[in-house]
Design a protein around this ligand. Structure first.
Ligand SMILES: [Zn+2]
Length: 71
């Protein structure tokens, strides 16, 4: 499975330590499930100065997104 990232988003994502990536991917709020879930089939883009992951909830398949602030 491939994840599509814009070049800028890929650069930001590459800078995130692997452990933190795992924590980010496994700590996404799903409004439909009303709980924290894992994001799957995600893509990455930059919104403002932040990295935005958009994908699907592993539990229900609904759309979820995760913002990673660019510090
Ligand atoms: Zn869900």
């Amino acid at each position: 499975m491939t994840h599509t990232f814009t070049p800028e988003a890929q650069r930001l994502w590459d800078a995130v330590p692997p452990l933190q990536k795992t924590q980010i991917l496994n700590n996404v709020w799903c409004g439909a499930c009303r709980t924290v879930t894992t994001i799957v089939h995600y893509t990455g883009k930059v919104g403002g100065t932040d990295l935005v992951l958009e994908g699907e909830c592993e539990r229900c398949g609904g759309k979820v997104a995760r913002l990673i602030e660019n510090e």
